[in-house]
Design a protein around this ligand. Structure first.
Ligand code: UT7
Length: 345
């Protein structure tokens, strides 16, 4: 069986740091509420004119550099915030990377996008349709959040994280383990953009400008997120023939520090095993696991040889999990220096 093996990791974050204090300047919220309910101290939003494709291209370029390769056979972009509704963002990203002609497509699984995108990359390699894939999770949520909605504006953020994968053996470091993915479309209304799609357009009903914004029923989502992240993580372990004692580091989608802690606790993991960057990055949806892998690798929070457990949850509803032994890689990151963020917040 051919495995997909991680050989490069990169990330790109916008220069603009948005502090809780800045949001509290125009929303009915506070640094204390945001920190205590979400663990977020600051997030990065793009400047006007910067798109998801721009962040994706930069992260992709850095992941290719990390892998030491100039070419791949396919590009997958996982995003909720494509550059345009049509066509997909991936072909343009591929061309900007000098890869015109290769397979390129988008995946939309909202905050589970990184794992669904990974599954697509694994599938391309396992089927023999690609020897190598660049998989990028990229978002500009600042372009779809309602600036007046304190329930989402304080949480969501922008960024891109990318992996390069190549065909290899299942027992190699970096080989992606069995992926457990799931969905429940009966709960699609919990996380949605009500207008702009065929359902609203075909109904002939006029949409209000607010209907084009991203909406989330946070409290209900929270409960499902904890349950689904924990159960899919357990299933992924089982499918890999592992137990929780085999796991060195827990790498959850960065939805909310409380969700990560609750899932970690359910799984019986120690607090120190959970890797996090939500405090400085916020919730970057499909990009979050990729950015976290890159930042934690660069900071020494995850090291070569450690076995990681990845899990995510998002709109759809969708969820998923997988495991892998982290390979020897150098992460390449384009981001404002941490010192600047600390000074700003
Ligand atoms: O990324 C994948 C999908 N997303 C998630 O997994 C996110 C899941 N949900 C969450 O992370 C949390 O539900 C939130 C962070 C969104 C909200 O935290 P919560 O502890 O569930 O708060 P809540 O929605 O139950 O609201 C508690 C109170 C409410 O006031 P009342 O009704 O108790 O008077 C809200 O109106 O907090 C209020 N509130 C705020 N107050 C200050 C909601 N947002 C804010 C805010 N600042 N930004």
């Amino acid at each position: 069986m051919t495995a997909a093996v991680v050989v490069g990791v990169g990330a790109s974050l916008p220069q603009r740091v948005v502090t809780n204090a800045e949001l509290a300047g125009y929303l009915d919220t506070s640094d204390e509420w945001i920190r205590s309910r979400t663990g977020i101290g600051a997030r990065r939003w793009v400047d006007p004119g910067v798109s998801t494709g721009d962040l994706a291209t930069r992260a992709g370029e850095l992941a290719l550099r990390s892998a030491g390769v100039g070419r791949v056979d396919a590009v997958v972009v996982a995003t909720t915030t494509p550059d345009r509704l049509c066509p997909a963002t991936a072909p343009e990203v591929a061309t900007r990377l000098g890869l015109t002609g290769i397979s390129a497509h988008d995946v939309n699984a909202v905050c589970t996008g990184f794992l669904y995108g990974l599954s697509s990359a694994v599938g391309l390699i396992a089927a023999g349709n690609a020897e190598s894939v660049l998989m990028i999770g990229a978002e500009t949520f600042s372009t779809i959040i309602d600036p007046k909605d304190r329930g989402t504006a304080v949480i969501f953020a922008d960024g891109a994280g990318a992996l390069v994968l190549r065909a290899g053996a299942p027992d190699e470091p970096g080989a992606v383990g069995p992926l457990v993915l799931g969905s429940d479309g009966g709960l699609a209304d919990l996380i949605q953009i009500p207008a702009g799609g065929s359902r609203q357009r075909s109904s002939g009903a006029a949409a209000e400008p607010e209907d084009y914004y991203f909406r989330m029923r946070g409290r209900e989502v929270y409960r499902h997120a904890v349950e689904r992240m924990a159960s899919s993580a357990m299933q992924a372990l089982g499918r890999a023939g592992l137990t929780m004692s085999d796991i060195d580091k827990f790498v959850p989608h960065q939805a909310n520090a409380r969700i990560s802690a609750a899932v970690g606790e359910r799984l019986g993991l120690q607090e120190r095993q959970t890797v996090s960057n939500v405090e400085c990055v916020g919730n970057t949806a499909a990009a979050s696991i990729g950015i976290l892998l890159a930042e934690a690798t660069a900071a020494g929070g995850i090291r070569a040889g450690q076995r990681l457990l990845l899990t995510a949850f998002g709109g759809g509803l969708t969820w998923g999990a997988t495991t892998l032994v982290w390979p020897e890689v150098t992460a390449h990151i384009a981001a404002p220096p941490r010192a600047a963020i600390a000074a700003a917040s």
